[in-house]
Design a protein. Structure first.
Length: 234
């Protein structure tokens, strides 16, 4: 009888300890702060100023040097696959865009109050770094022009060259879910198949499209004549 009582007490103590451990914050619960904030996986928090000018990230668009002033916050997320685990970082930008990738560098330099030396913070320790969807139509690839004409076929161009807020980038068409032009401007919102999105200008170029009749059309693609593009399933 005493043994059962001791086991019950120990179980309650373990449960209480587990419940008392800090949980990673939900995205909607992130604090709105004036200074930069680093939240660690163990629940610790540092408030100060990130010294690094850019955050290097390996993404579907290649290696990007993202200016930190464009980032609203970054969240590290663990994704499980078959018998493997991978860490990815999701960058949320000030304009609402987001992109997923792997941090290219070992960490960030962080200037905290009362210290003259910047603190080097390793990415694996970071949970959140906080700074002050369009449905694809079914069927083949579709291109909708500003005058509401549309073409349906197979896009033969492998990549789209875009000019983003953090420099030039290439988007593989097979990774693209949709590209929509913002009303009244040249900006496009590119939605990728993994849910990421990015806003960019589409420089003038030629887009090749094979239509149902078998002919290959060459379209001049600019921000002023293309309204939307929906690549089919890869």
């Amino acid at each position: 009888m005493k043994l059962r009582t001791v086991q019950s007490v120990l179980a309650l103590l373990v449960l209480s300890w587990a419940l008392a451990q800090p949980q990673p914050p939900e995205l909607s619960q992130l604090p709105v702060v004036q200074a930069d904030t680093v939240l660690f996986r163990n629940g610790d928090r540092l408030i100060g100023q990130v010294v690094d000018a850019t955050i290097g990230i390996e993404s579907l668009l290649g290696t990007l040097a993202v200016p930190r002033q464009l980032v609203r916050f970054a969240v590290q997320q663990t994704r499980f696959a078959v018998d493997q685990r991978s860490e990815v970082t999701i960058l949320f930008f000030q304009n609402g865009d987001r992109i997923t990738g792997m941090p290219a560098g070992p960490g960030i330099s962080f200037q905290i109050t009362g210290s003259a030396t910047p603190l080097a913070v390793s990415w694996p320790l970071i949970n959140v770094l906080a700074f002050p969807v369009v449905d694809t139509p079914p069927g083949p690839d579709q291109i909708i022009l500003v005058n509401n004409d549309w073409l349906s076929g197979v896009i033969e161009t492998e990549v789209l060259n875009v000019q983003t807020g953090f420099g030039a980038a290439q988007i593989a068409v097979r990774q693209l879910r949709s590209a929509l032009r913002a009303s009244g401007g040249r900006n496009f919102t590119f939605t990728l198949r993994n849910g990421d999105r990015i806003t960019a200008d589409l420089p003038e170029q030629v887009l090749r499209l094979r239509v149902a009749e078998g002919a290959t059309l060459e379209l001049t693609v600019r921000g002023d004549n293309l309204l939307a593009m929906f690549p089919g399933e890869a």
